[in-house]
Design a protein around this ligand. Structure first.
Ligand SMILES: [Zn+2]
Length: 387
């Protein structure tokens, strides 16, 4: 039996899925922002559309009065659909059947946003604190144009991000990311006399062999995150608690009969809690004896302590709603990190199976919508007199 809340959340998810708001498409992005604003308006909520960076709208709505404030954060943008023929139902069908809702964004993360929107409207006149809903449009492209400026303008007591966690994981942290560019410089020579030159590709290979040792590096995981990191390795595999080094893109050399004088490589290294970007940057420079190492972009691993008053209460409320709830960190990044860097507790929790993110035949079951709605509404109600 599907209850009224789940019916409404499904309908809202489906309507949003029908708008192809792919990150790189300004038209789709504008359309979804207008839809969210209009939907809120139809439900009696005034909102504004802000563009911290032109072309990247954020829909912001605020309700309630009081000293404390909570921000609900969700993204409206989706990654593109890939091969259309790989979708059983169209990627933007928004089909609803007896089990759930289907299409691009049902998991990442229009259903999570729908849960937040529905709970927001429902609790608008029932909270004794300020509740701010923020629907952003550039999460899939880094978050620097929406959630980063939001983290500079707003200082809520707590941020709730509805990225998919199967309505079962309470994610309080995420791994750091370090993108580097490695450049090896050699000397050209004719391939018949390679010893007269210096081969940049071979120099790179030599460094890569050393750098792959990063995958085996021991990191002292901070005590308070150990349980979460353990759950993450059960959920996301053996890379979760470790440093992982991935050589992602390589280019070098001219042709077979020329000794390569240049080779460039882009690498993505992920950092568990307990190691900093600075430290990994220094290590990579030491290990890459032949190459120059430059920082392309980076973000520190970050987490909210499970003993933080808002986090521990969330865990309690969620466990009351359903058994099997687990606290974890994530291997990928979310917009929650911008707030954690400012010392603001940030909890990631939402419907959608993580394996289906950015995948074909994305769909979300009613049961997960039901649980997510129960957790969000119970928790937001619980914050009355608590925040
Ligand atoms: Zn997402």
């Amino acid at each position: 039996m599907v209850n009224e809340h789940v019916k409404e959340i499904s309908r809202l998810t489906s309507d949003m899925v029908k708008i192809p708001s792919v990150s790189s498409d300004p038209e789709g992005i504008a359309q979804i922002a207008d839809f969210v604003k209009e939907w809120l308006g139809n439900n009696g909520i005034t909102s504004k559309k802000v563009e911290y960076v032109k072309g990247f709208p954020v829909v912001v709505a605020q309700v309630g009065k009081g000293k404390g404030s909570v921000m609900l954060n969700g993204h409206m943008d989706v990654v593109n659909e890939g091969e259309r023929s790989s979708w059983k139902h169209g990627p933007y069908s928004g089909r609803i059947d007896a089990s759930g809702v289907y299409g691009r964004g049902t998991v990442d993360m229009k259903s999570g946003l729908a849960v937040q929107m529905h709970a927001f409207v429902e609790l608008a006149d029932k909270v004794d604190y300020r509740m701010v809903l923020t629907a952003v449009s550039d999460e899939e492209t880094g978050g620097t144009k929406c959630s980063k400026p939001l983290s500079e303008k707003y200082s809520p007591d707590l941020v709730l991000v509805a990225e998919p966690t199967r309505s079962e994981l309470i994610v309080l942290g995420e791994k750091g990311v370090f993108w580097s560019k490695l450049t090896a410089k050699g000397r050209t020579a004719h391939a018949s006399t390679p010893s007269l030159g210096s081969n940049a590709i071979m120099l790179m290979m030599d460094d890569l062999r050393r750098l792959s040792a990063l995958n085996k590096m021991k990191v002292r995981i901070p005590q308070e995150t150990r349980d979460m990191v353990r759950v993450a390795s059960e959920e996301f595999g053996s890379d979760a608690p470790r440093v992982s080094f991935n050589a992602g893109k390589i280019a070098g050399g001219l042709k077979p009969n020329v000794v390569a004088d240049r080779c460039e490589l882009y690498a993505d290294t992920r950092l568990p809690p307990g190691i900093s970007v600075d430290r990994i940057f220094k290590l990579e420079r030491e290990m890459a004896r032949n190459c120059d190492v430059e920082l392309v972009q980076a973000s520190e691993p970050n987490y909210t302590s499970p003993s933080n008053k808002y986090a521990s209460e969330f865990i309690k409320v969620a466990k009351n709603c359903k058994s099997g709830m687990k606290t974890s960190i994530m291997t990928g990044g979310t917009d929650g990190r911008f707030f954690r860097y400012k010392g603001i507790p940030s909890i990631t929790y939402g419907p959608g199976t993580m394996k289906l993110m950015h995948n074909y035949n994305e769909w979300v079951p009613f049961s997960q919508l039901d649980t997510a709605y129960k957790v969000y509404s119970s928790y937001l109600e619980r914050l009355n007199g608590y925040i």
